[in-house]
Design a protein around this ligand. Structure first.
Ligand SMILES: C[S@@+](CC[C@H](N)C(=O)[O-])C[C@H]1O[C@@H](n2cnc3c(N)ncnc32)[C@H](O)[C@@H]1O
Ligand code: SF4
Length: 422
């Protein structure tokens, strides 16, 4: 039995696998969902990077025009199912490269605002080449307040291995000064072959100097369906690099805002992954509600055809058992490095300690988490330690390779698979 299956069986106290089926509900019930977030996927890039697992295709004007129509139709269709205007906590544009549709993002946010009150931030992912005054002004006009820039590295040899060119550092800094946003995050990839801790620190320092408020340091993941000519470095090396990143970011006065991100205190954090419930639009976008997880087809033409027929473009649906849903929630809340028992109580009407008593004791005994009083209110939280963050990284990679890799691989080949057991 694989480690992830064993862990899943222990935590869900059942050998029942996660069963993703093709026969999703034709109607989405999200009328009572609290703290709902929105995600919109823009599946276009100028060119394709071999290492990247995301759903994307090379940008063509005519295709993006047809995509826009389909996306607006999906938003309308889902919006109508919400039974009245809904408050949402955030909106993230991910990709692909959302800035390639910078001219259309205003139309998309406009359609979303017909159905949703977007209370919080609006974030968008950018390729370094998108960081120009002209594009940033368009994003701002569309309501975007936060940016995430896919730098990956400033080092020529690391970039060459990734098949990327050097980010135009000076132009990025200048454009960000001229068109400021509430928060700017920069993605860096670590644990690339040949990359040293000193080079990585140099990258982190450069990112902050160019105007980042946060960095996201992702360990390099070798997806089975990606086109990588090199293998990841051994776990021991990865662990050492992670410790160096953590210590260095602290030295720079940053706080850990999640397992992968470090930011300047007081700045809004860019985190598209940590919402309790969310609605996703576009190919490959996922939706998470109180009883189910759904993922849209990855195939752009199938997506366009489904939405034109006024059907939901869902490829697979997982209907959670109660305990599976709790685990899913805790996994992603733990990603923020803090688990708040009050959130658990609000979502499941049960005490966290009653449902996961021995697991919490074990985490504390193993030095993975500490119980701490809340800073601003009565009550307590479970805070992940540095050791806990490393093991979370480790499990997250296992999870990515066992679940996400497999699911995305299947969905990349079949627009609507019959079922998937994991
Ligand atoms: C959708 S991309 C970012 C936006 C933009 N398209 C770009 O490439 O600059 C999201 C991020 O995922 C990370 N990523 C992609 N493939 C990865 C891999 N194989 N291992 C680790 N991180 C990866 C990269 O840091 C990337 O910036
Ligand atoms: S890393 Fe970014 S630019 Fe490269 S293929 Fe992936 S989404 Fe596109």
């Amino acid at each position: 039995m694989k480690l992830t299956s064993l862990l899943r069986a222990m935590l869900t106290r059942s050998f029942r696998p996660f069963l993703f089926e093709s026969d999703g509900d034709p109607v989405l019930e999200y009328g009572d969902a609290e703290r709902l977030g929105l995600y919109v996927h823009i599946p276009f890039c100028r060119s394709i990077c071999g290492f990247c697992p995301y759903c994307k295709t090379v940008y063509e004007k005519e295709r993006s025009r047809r995509y826009l129509e389909a996306l607006l139709a999906e938003i309308r269709r889902v919006g109508e199912m919400g039974k009245g205007r809904r408050e949402v906590t955030s909106l993230y544009f991910g990709g692909g490269t959302p800035a390639l549709m910078a001219d259309e993002l205003g139309l998309i946010t406009g359609e979303l605002k017909r159905w949703f009150d977007i209370g919080g931030q609006i974030g968008a992912e950018l390729h370094p080449e998108d960081v120009t005054v002209e594009t940033l002004e368009k994003l701002k006009a569309a309501g975007v307040t936060m940016l995430s820039i896919g730098i990956q590295s400033f080092q020529r040899d690391s970039l060459e291995r990734l098949g990327r060119t050097e980010p135009p550092a000076k132009a990025i800094a200048k454009a960000l000064r001229q068109v400021p946003f509430e928060s700017v995050s920069m993605d860096l990839i670590f644990a690339l072959p040949g990359q040293t801790a000193d080079r990585l620190k140099e990258d982190i320092r450069t990112a902050f100097e160019l105007g980042a408020d946060q960095i996201a340091a992702y360990p390099f993941i070798d997806f089975t369906f990606a086109d990588n000519e090199y293998r990841p470095v051994p776990e021991r090396e990865k662990k050492r690099m992670l410790r160096e990143i953590t210590d260095y970011c602290r030295e720079l006065g940053c706080v850990r805002t999640s397992v992968w991100t470090f930011g300047k205190p007081g700045k809004p954090k860019y985190s598209s992954m940590t919402r309790e419930q969310f609605l996703g639009f576009g190919p490959s976008a996922a939706t998470l509600l109180s009883d189910q997880f759904k993922i849209n087809t990855f195939d752009l033409e199938s997506y366009i055809a489904r939405t034109a027929a006024e059907d939901l473009p869902t490829a697979l649906t997982l209907r959670f058992t109660g305990r599976q849903r709790m685990i899913y929630h805790l996994f992603w809340e733990a990603y923020t490095t803090e688990v708040d028992p009050d959130n658990f109580q609000r979502l499941f009407a049960r005490r966290l300690e009653d449902c996961f008593g021995w697991e919490l004791i074990l985490c504390r005994l193993l030095g993975l988490a500490k119980k701490e009083p809340k800073k601003d209110r009565p009550g307590h939280v479970y805070r992940m330690t540095g050791r806990g963050a490393y093991y979370y990284h480790f499990i997250e990679q296992y999870y990515t390779l066992s679940y996400i890799d497999r699911m995305w691989n299947v969905l990349g080949r079949e627009p609507f698979p019959k079922e998937l057991r994991m």
